[in-house]
Design a protein around this ligand. Structure first.
Ligand code: ADE
Length: 219
């Protein structure tokens, strides 16, 4: 069973996402184990400090290395061979193919969520991969970590169940394609379901879907 441990200052942010829908079901069905590690618990001193001002000056606070090292070491005690991914806007762009490669691998993961204005660069020495989910800057690595976990878990065989989802996504040229879909009613406020989809002609339907597919993964 694939395991994910997420190191974060905001474990509460994950309870909704990990506790709902497909991610919740994937845990219930024992396809994955999802957990959080509260970085604050590894903070320094009575106040459990995790951040400090940057050397050389500048605005904002950086995550200090000691709490992050301690948190990763704790997570590695649970799972010594887990791969460490750091969520950072400076990382390699996450793609469908990256998610697929990680879903296919036997690896378990420790995800580090950056926060505030950044982190002490020495934490990079702990990291196997730096991951960016896109060319924009978020306030922390929590949303990226959720995105990365979701995109891997849904590709683990058995998680999505029916063949339908695979059928929607995998086309012969290997790209990820999506076509428009309709359900009942046939006529909603004058907007009709395309005739071909009601025809029962599977060849015609496949042709229509192919013609109306979008490449979901663009460079
Ligand atoms: N942290 C802040 N912005 C991010 C991004 N785009 N991807 C991953 N981690 C981030």
């Amino acid at each position: 069973m694939k395991k994910f441990q997420v190191i974060t200052l905001f474990p509460d942010m994950f309870s909704g996402v990990f506790g709902s829908s497909m991610l919740w079901k994937a845990q219930k069905d024992e396809h994955v184990e999802l957990s959080t590690v509260d970085l604050r618990q590894f903070g320094l001193g009575q106040r459990k400090t995790v951040d400090d001002t940057p050397y050389g000056g500048g605005d904002g606070m950086l995550l200090r290395p000691e709490p992050l090292f301690a948190a990763v070491e704790h997570a590695k005690q649970n799972d010594p061979d887990a791969k460490v991914l750091l969520m950072t806007a400076r990382g390699q762009r996450w793609k469908q193919a990256t998610a697929q490669a990680h879903a296919d691998s036997a690896d378990n993961y420790i995800l580090i969520c950056g926060r505030y204005e950044g982190y002490d660069e020495r934490i990079v020495s702990l990291v196997d991969e730096q991951v960016s989910i896109g060319d924009y800057v978020l306030t922390g690595g929590e949303l990226p970590a959720m995105t990365v976990v979701d995109s891997i878990v849904r590709l683990i065989p058995g998680v999505l169940g029916g063949e339908a989802s695979a059928e929607i996504e995998s086309f012969s040229d290997g790209r990820t394609l999506e076509f428009p879909q309709y359900t009942r009613p046939e006529d909603f406020r004058g907007m009709k379901v395309p005739e071909v989809l009601l025809s029962g002609n599977h060849a015609e339907i496949a042709k229509w879907r192919s013609e109306n597919s979008q490449v979901a993964e663009k460079e």
